[in-house]
Write a new protein. Structure first.
Length: 99
């Protein structure tokens, strides 16, 4: 068989799975930064200049590396959803050619 075969349902499912995994990742990052910002920043754990330098480094790393990664993955998810929608539209257009 020569041709392109695809399942829009599977493409949408892929996007949903990627989105679910990304949301879980973002939740884990939020939880980690909650610990850094609150739990670690207490007299029971760590305060002072060394803590501030650590927190600053973490915040800079998040904004410079983690946030752009999340944005890139979100763009991929949007593209996968767009591909699924365009595939579905293409299928519907082609089916209508034969009705």
């Amino acid at each position: 068989m020569d041709g392109l075969e695809y399942s829009t349902e599977n493409i949408y499912a892929l996007a949903d799975q990627l989105n679910s995994t990304l949301n879980q990742f973002k939740g884990n990052i939020e939880a980690m930064f909650t610990v850094i910002d609150t739990t670690m920043n207490s007299e029971d754990y760590w305060q002072g200049q060394a803590y501030e330098a650590f927190k600053n480094y973490c915040d800079t790393y998040k904004s410079g590396s983690i946030d752009p990664l999340v944005d890139t993955i979100q763009a991929w998810i949007n593209t996968v959803n767009q591909i699924a929608q365009e595939s579905e539209d293409n299928t519907n257009s082609n089916v209508n050619l034969f009705n």
